[in-house]
Write a protein that binds this ligand. Structure first.
Ligand code: UDP
Length: 476
């Protein structure tokens, strides 16, 4: 009997750690279900990719050619439009790559799954007649927000930033202050606003949206989406497939010193502070955090990155120089806290740190991967949003899920004070967190996340349904 050819799935993440990490995990799931997986990558390559490709020989990583585009050539206050422009310029390269995959592989492409930032690839897939799916790297609440964004856009004429505290009513979400909308759409006149509005318009054009979340984490927003409430003018609603939580299952190498240090700490005694792959705090803010940690008396593991060189440096992606800790932190801080704190430069193996038994709390910038990692490890959070859609995640984490304590609004106005850092760290690490039920809620969410991924669980069933549909489409 002739052996059946493996079908191919092509994945197209947008650049940026937070977008690539979960896409790679998605690829692993498809390999497990017997597909060929090809991941197309927009350069420059990340060191993380080298280690992932070494440990996943069954996934093919294909690097698109380098395009020279200066971040300064894209007129926006935010880093996203630079990414969108890069993705747009890669459209011919993408088409070329897909064509050569079709020609050289003996099977067809069952599905092309692009990051939601890569909406310009919709047309390429349509032209080549390949089933197109979006992969949404953040939660259902944010998906509901983007699906509803065109409706809000029609009904107001002012920038969200100017509307400030004004409440917006998005189906499936608690009321959202206008200022808590995703950062790049706060200014109606910034090119980022139109670009994301376009993306919102293209979301319903996909055959489906694959979401890195799970049913029992976000039932309200998922229901609002499937009931069509978020797209009042575009029935029927686009199918949403929740297959998460997909979290990073391998580190980027290194970081053994933090894990060894954690081994020597008592159970659940350490607060971990980490602000994502792009989060840069000012030198003033770093000093306030240091003083707050010092006064809190708690054990801590803190990832410190160099402050931005200029106010405008928010366009910069991941590369920053190593921080000079002695110059940045208050005199004597490192010596004074030597027996109960560890400061690491630039990077820690976050997923491994969060799953370490000594970690009892997480001060996070609310990036969606970080949130899911904390949920999967059952670690309660202090929500301190910085960029992208993180303010929205904060509202959701604090008000809807009640898995996080909010940092005071100082993050809105510039610098969060040492007193606020001290107060929130104490609250998170003290028995108060138990009394309020925070720890119990987080443990329940952890349990639910495991259940969703198990055989017969919600995410597992959704994945199998998708995979079977693709296999059937080939048989036919
Ligand atoms: N990360 C890490 N160590 C760090 C900073 C980040 O391992 O010092 C990982 C983190 O575990 C997560 C990803 O990088 O998997 C960041 O994704 P997230 O969505 O949280 O935030 P983003 O960096 O995209 O803002």
């Amino acid at each position: 009997k002739k052996k059946k050819m493996k079908e191919t799935i092509v994945l197209y993440p947008s650049p940026g750690m937070g977008h690539i990490v979960s896409m790679v995990e998605l690829g692993k799931l498809f390999v497990h279900h017997g597909f060929n997986v090809i991941i197309l990558l927009i350069p420059p390559s990340h060191p993380f990719i080298a280690s992932v490709s070494a440990s996943n020989p069954s996934i093919t990583f294909h690097h698109l050619p380098m395009i020279d585009l200066s971040p300064d050539s894209v007129p926006s206050h935010y880093h996203e439009p630079y990414q969108f422009e890069l993705i747009r310029l890669h459209t011919p390269n993408l088409a070329h790559a897909l064509r050569s995959i079709i020609i050289t592989s003996s099977s067809s492409i069952s599905a092309f799954i692009a990051d939601f930032f890569c909406s310009t690839s919709l047309d390429v897939a349509a032209e080549l007649n390949i089933p197109f799916y979006f992969f949404f790297t953040t939660g259902a609440s944010v998906l509901a927000t983007f699906l509803y964004f065109p409706t809000i856009h029609e009904s107001i004429r002012t920038s969200f930033r100017e509307l400030g505290e004004f409440p917006l009513y998005i189906p499936g979400l608690p009321p959202i202050r206008a200022i808590d909308m995703p950062l790049p759409i706060l200014d109606r006149h910034d090119p980022a606003y139109d670009a994301l509005l376009n993306i919102s318009h293209s979301l319903p054009k996909a055959k489906g949206i694959i979401l890195n979340s799970f049913e029992s984490l976000e039932p309200r927003s998922l229901k609002a989406i499937s009931d069509g409430l978020c797209m009042p003018h575009a029935p029927p609603p686009v199918p949403v497939h929740c297959i998460g939580p997909l979290i990073m299952s391998e580190g980027r190498g290194g970081g053994d010193d933090c894990l060894k240090w954690l081994d020597a700490q008592p159970e659940k005694s350490v607060v971990f502070l980490c602000f994502g792959s792009l989060g840069l705090l000012s030198a003033d803010q770093l000093r306030e955090i240091a003083v707050g940690l010092d006064r809190s008396g708690h054990r801590f593991l803190w990832v410190v990155r160099s402050p931005p060189l200029t106010k405008e440096q928010n366009k910069l992606v991941s590369a920053t120089p190593e921080p000079d800790l002695d110059a940045l932190l208050p005199a004597g801080f490192l010596e004074r806290t030597n027996d109960r704190g560890l400061v690491v430069k630039s990077w820690a193996p976050q997923a491994a740190v969060l799953s370490h038994g000594s970690v009892g709390g997480f001060v996070t910038h609310c990036g969606w991967n970080s949130v899911l990692e904390a949920v999967c490890c059952g670690v309660p959070m202090v929500a301190w949003p910085l960029y992208a859609e993180q303010r929205l995640n904060r509202v959701f984490l604090v008000e809807e899920l009640k898995l996080a304590i909010p940092i005071d609004d100082g993050f809105d106005k510039g610098v969060v004070s040492a007193a606020e850092v001290e107060r929130r760290v104490r609250e998170l690490m003290s028995d108060g967190a138990d009394d309020d039920g925070l720890r119990e809620r987080v443990l329940r969410a952890k349990y639910e996340s495991v259940k969703a991924m198990r055989k017969g669980g919600s995410s597992n069933s959704v994945l199998i349904e998708l995979v079977n549909a693709w296999k059937k489409q080939v048989d036919e």
